[in-house]
Design a protein around this ligand. Structure first.
Ligand SMILES: [Zn+2]
Ligand SMILES: [Zn+2]
Length: 283
């Protein structure tokens, strides 16, 4: 089946609405679609309705920041119920991301008179522009020339992901399972592109032990080695293979070096995989 199981809307940092996602997916001839906003699930109802109207399979999803070894990695959750335990972890990850911007503004306010916490708290931006509140704020106050330059400041002022508390991957997988959902490691190539095949297999083995049910094998930036190794690994252990573009709408176009638009990865996945992601009984 042709599907795109990794898409962002303006409920997180993308620029598209759930309805626009469905329209584009339909034009591209996709049969199933999932919206996986960062630590947010607000797009689900609109996606569900819009997809059913055009005869497409909607899949409930979310992309959550979590800790694994020394990294902050992204875990895709699918087909879950909104259990209090799982919702708590999503909110916690979201709060930590907001805190990164608050801390950055606090630091910048020491150097720039046009920046203050009170001003930041009162500041609003149009979510249809995508991105983060912090990025827009520091751009609008003239600290950065381009919106994307703001990302560098998070690192410069020690406000990047690795300095914040995100749930441990094992704990998150357990919560997803208890919520009847499945957990899929997002874009392994984003963290492990420098590993050789043997090293990659060791990491994947360990991640399997942490509780992942599948891997996003098919992703725009993945090398052939990454795709083939992940594919073979999933085959060996009966894990789910998923495909995703990581579309962020106009916001993504500024940052991405290669095309990451809905349906841009043409690899098909099995009906069985789709069923596992939509079946809220877990696996
Ligand atoms: Zn991601
Ligand atoms: Zn993503």
């Amino acid at each position: 089946m042709r599907a795109d199981l990794h898409i962002h809307t303006f409920y997180s940092d993308g620029t598209l609405s759930p309805k626009e996602v469905v329209q584009i997916a339909k034009e591209k001839g996709l049969e199933a679609v999932a919206i996986t906003d960062h630590n947010k699930i607000g797009a689900w109802e609109e996606l569900n309705e819009a997809a059913k109207e055009v005869g497409m399979i909607p899949i409930k999803g979310c992309e959550i920041n979590c800790k694994y070894q020394d990294k902050v990695v992204h875990l895709l959750a699918y087909g879950f119920e909104n259990t209090p335990e799982f919702m708590k972890l999503i909110h916690l990850a979201d709060d930590e991301m907001q805190r990164m911007s608050v801390d950055l503004v606090e630091e910048l306010s020491k150097e720039y008179t046009q920046v203050s916490m009170a001003d930041y708290e009162a500041y609003h931006y149009d979510v249809r522009q995508g991105g983060w509140k912090g990025l827009h704020y520091i751009h609008d106050r003239g600290i950065t020339e381009k919106l994307f330059d703001g990302f560098k400041l998070y690192g410069k002022y020690n406000c990047d992901f690795t300095n914040y508390y995100f749930p441990k991957i094992k704990l998150l997988c357990e919560a997803i399972h208890k919520a009847g959902g499945v957990s899929v490691l997002a874009h392994p190539g984003e963290y492990y592109k420098n590993l050789n095949e043997a090293e990659l297999k060791v990491v994947l083995e360990d991640l399997k032990g942490q509780g992942i049910d599948g891997i996003e094998c098919y992703y725009p930036t993945h090398s052939e080695l990454m795709t083939n190794t992940c594919e073979a690994f999933c085959e060996k252990y009966g894990l789910i293979r998923t495909v995703g573009s990581d579309e962020h709408g106009e916001f993504g176009k500024h940052a991405k070096v290669i095309e990451q638009t809905i349906g841009c990865v043409s690899k098909t996945i099995t009906r069985n995989a789709i069923d596992k992601l939509t079946n809220s009984g877990g696996i």
